[in-house]
Design a protein around this ligand. Sequence first.
Ligand SMILES: [Cu+2]
Length: 653
Amino acid sequence: MKKICIFLLLLLLIQSSNGQLDCSKAPTDAIRIVCNQIQRWDQKARTTPTLSADVKTPGIAGQAMAAEFSPIASNVFQCMDIACLCVFFRGTGGNNCVVQGRPLGKVVRKEYRMLSEDERNRLHQALRTLKQNGEYDRLARVHAQYSESGAAHSGPAFLPWHREFVKRMEFLIRQVDPSLHLPYWDSTLDQNLPNSKDSILWTNEFMGDATGAVNNGPFRSWRTIEVNKATITRAVGAQGKGYSEDEITSMMGQTDIAQVLAFSAPQRGCPYQPNFNVPEYTHGNPHIYVGGDMLETSTAANDPIFWMHHSFVDLLWEQYRQTKQTRATRETAYPADNRQCSSEHHFRAAFMRPFTPMRNADGLSNMYTDNLYSFAPRPSCNAGPTCGSPYLFCDRSHGAPRCAARMKTGGNCASFTNGETACYQGTCQGGKCVAVSQTVTPPPTITPTKPVVTVETTCFNENECCGPWSAKGECQKNPVYMNVWCKASCRQCTPKYDLNDECSDRHSNCAQWSRSGECNKNPLWMAENCRKSCNKCGVTRAATCGGGANNIAANPPASVNNRQQNEPCDSPMCYNEDQCCPIWAQRGECQSNSKYMNCQCKVSCGVCRPNYAYGQCQDYHKDCAAWARRGECAKNKWMPENCRRSCNTCMTL
Ligand SMILES: [Cu+2]
């Protein structure tokens, strides 16, 4: 066993010497830009503390939770099914929900060019409404802040994080118009043109201007979320490119989850080879391609095409999930936590900030596409010469038939020689698209609509003991936990009810939830917020929470969440007990052999955060040198792992 492990370790070392990603080796200029962005985000995120390092809920580390974080969503964004949305949208019918006469059900996301004219106009209208009422900007801002959204970029949580982010925009759109969905932008359709900038996408009917400030089209004169800039800008086609079919095929062929939920900013010592073809990189290309605001992570969400691009990224990921994974592995497969490979924000059980109380693993839940949305198939030539849309055509002149976007006036149509109708409202003359008539599409009128519902964010504690804990000063002593779980008591938001009332229902659904058994299923939240309906009025919160030492709920939160209380573990403090820990963790042992691993390999499984720089050529304990002199390096397997300098077991080649 020992020998095998050392052999594997050597193998790992040979790979590790390449662990760090060198942006100068990027295959294209655009990917180099993306590489630098990903590394910058990683560096900044590494300086921001995570929540999970200090707070562990028993049984969660190393285990996917599949969105069961909060059986009752305390705000609309946490909803994972239609029945939940229905409550917040003040509709009726649960999963067969009707909101003010309009159905609110699971949606099918279509390609942007596959929407009917009416659907497209209503979508543009809804986005304008959200822009005007500030909801668009509030959500867009989240993407810009590495300090708040560490898991958004530079590691395995990239796809789950953006899935949740895009879901939230779709919820916002549906608040304005419940029958709408967030379409996807299949950029291969534009990429397939001789000159992708000729695409109908960059006209008043769709996204508006391709270059410079966006002064035309449905999103004309949109102001950015930054203070000093006036309107959103683009530089379509200057650099980068849309998705290619090859990239998609290569993603679908991956067998290792770590190449999909990938380490995109590995540091020296990370056992994965750097790879510029992982989804986070390929998704960067269309960002660079649109340019302007889309080019920079901090400003990208200003441009409405951002959401449709990410809806497509989500489609590709879902296609991978459906074709390569089982229902069970979709919710569990996640690369092992490793500080050499990503910041802690990307660890499986880390909070998906700022979408707490969700954790990264929750983004793997099947509930998204079971309950909330699915994807219409990508446009295909099987639908005939128009690919099923007046804005697309089937290109039969460049190899296998494939769909492409129709072109605007002036577009280069010379190479379409098989009778394609490649020009939109025009014909191909002398190799250029020429308009049939001189009618130019007028800029759309802008008439903001009133949202069907506006959902207010809510302010609830998640635990019955929040009040007593806060009275003991825990909000100050333990803000990391308390500000998330005891928002109301720590005054992170303003509750619309009396915090001190020991016998009230704080939510209008309390009675209904109580009838459906939530007092037992979800006791912490319910005992705090539905005291009346759950018959909790007889005993005060202070009496429940201030009890004897054996009462787990009575302890301050940080100690409640120490999993070692439940299982005896002979490994004190935060150390790996064995040199093989990183290899075992990489093989998924933290999940498949969690009891042993979460005790013996705490560091590699992300169970705790060491107060030393794990992976560095150092002694991790101050007594290492003394122990080494006594000959412990040879006798004790703990030593080579943790006294690397004194035992001469540094791994750097
Ligand atoms: Cu992106």
